[in-house]
Design a protein around this ligand. Structure first.
Ligand code: FES
Ligand SMILES: [Fe+2]
Length: 396
């Protein structure tokens, strides 16, 4: 019989139970045996008006109360791997420039020259720079935003370079994610990125991981329809029946709130609590650890890689998803390369043609006015939990 086994990269680093934060370990240890979880799945009555996904007024309010106020995940640290790394980002409708300075600190600026507003970098690729030079008249900036060079400076009367720094936005790098507050006049309040969340992300090693692959998706769906599949287990055995469904159990797992962020952990298909006692075992082979970081970022652990998805609303019925596949280290041999490349193909297929597709076809039905409200079951219990958090911000 030909049994194909996943080939692990040789000499790979793995996350083990021992390496995780205390609260993560406690949550993992609380996962019930599979049969018990099936038997205890709750029945719930939860509904949401279809207008929540369709109404431009709701979208506007989300933008004002959430997306322009709170820290937004913009990218992963691995996109800015070294001093001098610079990238542009335009997903949230604000042209951003992120730069890791000589001091190692990531700063966020508006991607706009202080001479006439020209974008400094147009693509969203990684650049290694010691200075940022405007393509228009070549004003030059340091990675800290200071204006350091003006061609033919003597022809400007009363130009004070110190007053022409790049416009800086509040920015924080924590747990391997770069967060930015998109209003430059907003106070730099990053309390949303609380200590529990940072401890978890740090213990998962996200900040030290290697960016193996990334892809951007433009979807015809409201951002919440894109996010919801990552809050529930109900679809996994059904929508993913031909791909990853068989690897997972038909249960919703355990969940905890880390402030407004939801941590979901479920045993993989063959989970048994006693397996956790195997010291040094790759924890992602035993359980699936998922975070929905408020409002729009998803982290999912897999045995040999970790997925980060930033779901960015671009219109009431449009979203951009920035997907990042992170590995513990760059592939160091042909087997690792093969494993990572196969994994990337599979995950892009699963997300792209299954989860994201489901969001797009739901959008079509809801936009047709086919139903006034959607309804959720006990395997989707985290969706109403998350909606309550969302509503609390919208009501402020
Ligand atoms: S717009 Fe940048 S140098 Fe003129
Ligand atoms: Fe899914």
């Amino acid at each position: 019989m030909n049994v194909s086994k996943p080939i692990a990269p040789s000499k790979h680093k793995v996350a083990t139970l021992e390496s995780l934060s205390e609260s993560l370990v406690a949550a993992i240890r609380s996962i019930p045996p599979h049969e018990q979880a099936v038997a205890e799945a709750p029945a719930i009555d939860a509904r949401r008006p279809a207008s929540s996904f369709l109404d431009p007024g709701v979208f506007k309010r989300e933008q004002e109360r959430i997306f322009r106020r709170l820290p937004m995940a913009v990218t992963v640290s691995a996109m800015l791997p070294e001093k001098g790394s610079v990238i542009a980002h335009n997903g949230y409708g604000v042209p951003l420039l992120l730069a890791r300075g000589k001091d190692g600190v990531v700063r966020a600026f508006l991607n706009a020259c202080q001479h006439k507003g020209s974008m400094l970098i147009e693509d969203c690729e990684h650049h290694k720079l010691s200075r940022i030079t405007c393509p228009y008249h070549a004003w030059t900036y340091g990675l800290d935003g200071a204006l350091v060079g003006v061609p033919r400076e003597e022809t400007f009367k009363n130009l004070d370079k110190a007053e022409r720094r790049l416009a800086e936005l509040p920015c924080k790098e924590a747990g391997g994610i770069v967060w930015v507050i998109l209003d430059r006049r907003a106070p730099p309040d990053f309390s949303l990125i609380n200590a529990d969340l940072s401890a978890d992300l740090t213990s998962l090693g996200i900040g030290d991981m290697h960016l193996y692959g990334r892809q951007t998706f433009d979807l015809k769906a409201n951002w919440k329809l894109v996010l919801e599949p990552f809050l529930e287990a109900y679809h996994v055995q059904r929508l993913h029946s031909k791909t990853v469904g068989p690897m997972f159990a038909d249960v919703s797992g355990v969940h905890d709130l880390l402030g407004p962020h939801i941590r979901q952990i479920s045993g993989r298909g063959d989970f048994a609590p006693e397996k956790l006692d195997r010291v040094g075992e790759n924890i992602h082979k035993m359980v699936t650890i998922t975070y929905q970081m408020f409002p729009c970022t998803v982290v999912i652990g897999s045995p040999y890689y970790l997925s980060v998805m930033i779901i960015i609303p671009t219109a009431v019925d449009r979203s951009q998803v920035d997907y990042f596949m992170l590995t513990q280290e760059p592939p160091n041999n042909a087997k690792a390369e093969e494993l990572y490349s196969r994994s990337l193909d599979l995950i892009l297929k699963v997300f792209g043609t299954e989860d994201f597709r489901a969001a797009e076809i739901s959008q079509v039905g809801l936009a047709a006015g086919a139903l006034d409200e959607v309804v959720y079951c006990g395997l989707e219990v985290n969706i109403p939990v998350w909606q309550k958090i969302l509503d609390s911000y919208l009501a402020e």
